[in-house]
Structures are given as structure tokens and as C-alpha cells.
Design a protein around this ligand. Structure first.
Ligand code: GTP
Ligand code: MG
Length: 446
């Protein structure tokens, strides 16, 4: 029995799902669909299943592979019936309640298809395993190759991924997860589902999904972002955030700085029945897809060297006051970081090493930093671009249709919504008072 807790990440569309997967999907689309444009950003939902024992993992894999087979057989029949004249509804009706062997016979007798001869990938799904390989890293002075072990992922197909013969013959699986002791029969899906951890977010609270770029310190270096603020990179983040707010209509406000963005969902949102993992992964994944899709518009002369990825977390805030405290915290952080980073890079530009610059700034207060900036010709910090100092906010704003439709149609007082992007002070109550629609309330605090 395996003693480690095995975590299985999966998504509705049967893809491993982290921010990185969608980025890779978008980045490599052209390779697989050279003549088809990717028309919009794909997104994936992820769930976590903790498999407490290796037997649960075995059952889980067996269940997923069986689902693959059942769905594929059904879809193949459905497609053939529709191709031969039935409507989709008629085809569905026709297939209702049919067993596997009946579908097999239908395909063979009516459509001349031997199901077993269809591609293994569509019938069995795909496994990716890590195998130990040896890479030649260099040659020594005698021309003898110097090898280093390295783990490489490989794609394999197997009729029974939960079978002992498949599993136990792969050393990496045995080593990292343990062996399957015996073969198992049909698995009750409810048994596996019972391990699914489904956290629902507290009702009637503001949900904030905060996403953050993973390892953006390196990502920004590798893509030569301007220091400390790269306008193109920030505009790219903002453009992705506007797309997210537009796509997920329950998002009422968003605020972003550097490689992070916070998305606020309305209190009574029922998005994915408030399941935390679904909401967070769908937003992270959509944002990441967008980031890759839009990259070329913001960095037309810079190749995206590798896939960026973001993580996401959800926090619930019970009152609009606490929600505004949260947003104020993020904006204060933006200010503190920007002031520090501006000083830091000015010191480095003036010839100090990064360590020396760090030491100069250690323990300095705002006023001292302001003075330091003056020495570098930045006489007024407040004259730096507002986007760098205050971050960016994207939110829905109502506008009078008559102002939008120039062709003269009467507005009848009707409004339409659009997402706007601003760089404003969201700490002050005046912002919220002048935008009462965002949180659905007026504060009347001056
Ligand atoms: P994790 O989030 O923990 O994975 O670390 P991280 O490397 O992403 O760092 P963190 O999120 O704490 O901070 C974001 C980092 O992104 C900054 O420290 C910068 O290095 C980099 N970054 C973000 N925006 C810019 C930018 O406009 N210009 C430059 N040069 N770097 C940026
Ligand atoms: Mg980060």
C-alpha cells in the first residue's frame, strides 16, 4: 500500500490544469492547427482529488479510462447516426439505454466500423509519465560524452492504465507512487467522487480571486522587461483583466499591479455554484490563455520564449468595508513597492550593485526615499505615470445608450454596460461614492 497522499489534478475537459497548461495550449495551437485561427481564449476548470491510498488512485484511473471509452463509443455512434440523416436529438433518443455490445454491433453492422480499429488515443486516452533518461551535457577533453540523468515526460497509451501489467512495468510509477497489488473490476464512480474535495465559498460574501504570475522575477528578466515598470507588460496585464471582467459577468471590479490581479465577484454570485476550485481555475486559466494570445500585440518584436503561468486563490470578504480594506491594502502595497523599486533601480543605474542598493534602502522611510529620488532628478514622485503609482482598475460602467449610438436612436433612459480601465485612488471613499453601482451601495462617507 502506498503511504503517500496522491493528488490528482484534472479538469472537465480531461486536461491537467494549471495556468501553465492553457498557456502551452495557446502557444502550441499553430503547430497542430496551422490553418485554423484560435478564435478565442480557451479556459479549463480544475479539481483536486486526494487519493489517500494507491488503491484509490487505481480506482480513479480506472474510472477515468472507462469514462473515456464509454463517451467515445457513444460519441462515435452519435456522429455516425447524424452523418446518416438523423437529427442529434433523434440520435440521442436512439442510443438511450443501449449497452456497449449493442453500440459495437451498430457501428460494425450499420456503418462498417470496427471500433477496436479506431485510434488508441481516442479509445483509451493518453498517459504522460516521467522516465529517467541520460542526456549528454558535454564532452570531456578526450571527446568522451559526459552524461547526466534527467527526467523526461513521455506519452504512452494503454488499454488498461489501472492494470497491474501496465503500471508495474514502469519503474518511475513504482518508485514514486508504489505498485498496484492486484487488478480491479468495475469501479463505482460515487466511490471515487467521494474523495473529491469540493469547497464551496461562503454564501453572501464578496469573493476575491487573486491571481499572481509564477516566477515572474525570472520571466520579466528573460523577456527583458523595462525596470522597474514595463508599460507594455502592465498594459498586457490590463488588457487580459478587461477580457476576464467582460467574460465573467459576475465580476464587478478588478484591481491589478505588477504580475497580480484581484477580481471581485458580486456577493450573490452563483458562478459554478460557488465552488472554489472551479471559479479560481477558470479565471486563472482564461487570463493565462489571454496573456499568451495577446502577447504579440504588446510585444510585437519580442518572442514569447516560454509559457508564463499564474496561480490563483479565493478569499471571501463578508462586508464591503472589509473588501475595500483589502483593495486598499493592495493599492498601498503598489505604492510601497513602486517607490522602493524606483529608488532601487535608480541606485543601480548610478553604478551601485544590487546588494549595495538594497543596503542603502534598508530601513528607509517614505520621506527619505523621496529625498533620494530628488538626487536622481525625480523631483516629484507624483509626476511618475499614474499607472505605476496607483495600479489599474477595470470595472463595469453604465453608459447612456443615446451617447453611444450616434445614429440617433432614442435612449429611453436605457443604459448599457461596458468595462473601463482606470488608474485611480481606490483607497479614498470618494471613488466608491462616485461609483455606487460597483458595490451596489453608496457609502456617504466623505
Ligand atoms: P512568485 O509569485 O512567488 O512565483 O514570485 P515572482 O517571481 O513572480 O515574484 P513576485 O510575484 O513577488 O513579484 C513579481 C515580480 O515580477 C517582480 O519582483 C519583478 O521581478 C517582476 N515584474 C513584474 N512587473 C514587472 C515590470 O513591469 N518590469 C520588470 N522589470 N519586472 C516586473
Ligand atoms: Mg508572482
Amino acid at each position: 500500500m502506498g503511504s503517500a497522499m496522491n493528488t490528482v489534478l484534472f479538469s472537465r475537459r480531461q486536461q491537467l490544469s494549471t495556468g501553465g497548461v492553457q498557456a502551452e495550449y495557446v502557444l502550441r495551437w499553430k503547430e497542430f492547427f496551422p490553418y485554423k485561427e484560435l478564435r478565442y481564449a480557451p479556459s479549463f476548470c480544475a479539481r483536486v482529488i486526494c487519493c489517500a491510498t494507491i488503491e484509490v488512485l487505481q480506482s480513479y484511473l480506472s474510472w477515468r479510462q472507462n469514462e473515456c471509452h464509454v463517451n467515445n463509443q457513444n460519441d462515435t455512434c452519435l456522429y455516425e447516426l447524424v452523418r446518416h440523416g438523423k437529427t442529434e436529438k433523434e440520435a440521442q433518443e436512439f442510443l438511450k439505454g443501449t449497452q456497449k455490445n449493442e453500440k459495437h454491433a451498430l457501428l460494425f453492422e450499420q456503418f462498417g466500423i470496427n471500433y477496436e480499429k479506431l485510434s488508441v488515443m481516442v479509445r483509451q486516452g493518453s498517459c504522460i509519465l516521467k522516465t529517467q533518461m541520460e542526456d549528454i551535457v558535454k564532452y570531456n577533453e578526450n571527446g568522451v560524452p559526459v552524461k547526466r540523468p534527467r527526467k523526461r515526460p513521455i506519452i504512452v497509451h494503454s488499454k488498461n492504465v489501472a492494470g497491474t501489467s501496465f503500471w508495474n512495468e514502469h519503474e518511475s510509477l513504482l518508485k514514486e507512487l508504489g505498485c498496484f497489488v492486484k487488478n480491479i473490476g468495475k469501479v463505482d464512480p460515487d466511490f471515487v467522487r467521494s474523495f473529491q474535495f469540493e469547497k464551496k465559498l461562503m454564501p453572501s460574501t464578496w469573493i476575491v480571486i487573486r491571481i499572481d504570475g509564477c516566477h515572474f522575477h525570472s520571466f520579466s528578466k528573460d523577456h527583458e522587461f523595462v525596470k522597474p515598470n514595463d508599460e507594455r507588460a502592465l498594459n498586457l496585464m490590463n488588457s487580459c483583466a478587461v477580457a476576464v471582467v467582460t467574460e465573467f459577468q459576475d465580476i464587478v471590479f478588478s484591481y491589478g499591479v505588477s504580475d497580480e490581479y484581484s477580481f471581485v465577484l458580486k456577493k450573490d454570485s452563483q458562478l459554478y455554484q460557488r465552488r472554489e476550485s472551479d471559479i479560481a481555475s477558470a479565471i486563472v486559466s482564461f487570463f493565462t490563455s489571454m496573456y499568451v494570445m495577446k502577447w504579440k500585440y504588446f510585444f510585437p518584436r519580442k518572442e514569447l520564449k516560454y509559457t508564463p503561468f499564474f496561480d490563483g486563490r479565493a478569499v471571501c470578504y463578508p462586508s464591503s468595508q472589509i473588501l475595500r480594506d483589502y483593495l486598499a491594502w493592495r493599492q498601498v502595497d503598489c505604492h510601497i513597492n513602486n517607490q522602493y523599486n524606483t529608488c532601487f533601480w535608480e541606485l543601480v543605474k548610478s553604478g551601485k550593485s544590487e546588494r549595495e542598493a538594497q543596503n542603502v534602502l534598508k530601513g528607509t522611510q517614505t520621506l527619505e526615499k523621496m529625498e533620494l529620488l530628488k538626487q536622481f532628478g525625480i523631483s516629484d514622485y507624483n509626476k511618475l505615470p499614474v499607472m505605476f503609482r496607483q495600479g489599474s482598475s477595470a470595472y463595469w460602467e453604465k453608459e447612456d445608450i443615446s451617447l453611444v449610438e450616434e445614429k440617433g436612436a432614442a435612449s429611453n433612459g436605457k443604459c448599457q454596460k461596458k468595462v473601463i480601465l482606470e488608474h485611480c485612488n481606490i483607497i479614498e471613499p470618494s471613488f466608491w461614492n462616485s461609483h455606487p453601482n460597483i458595490l451596489g451601495e453608496k457609502l456617504d462617507i466623505l
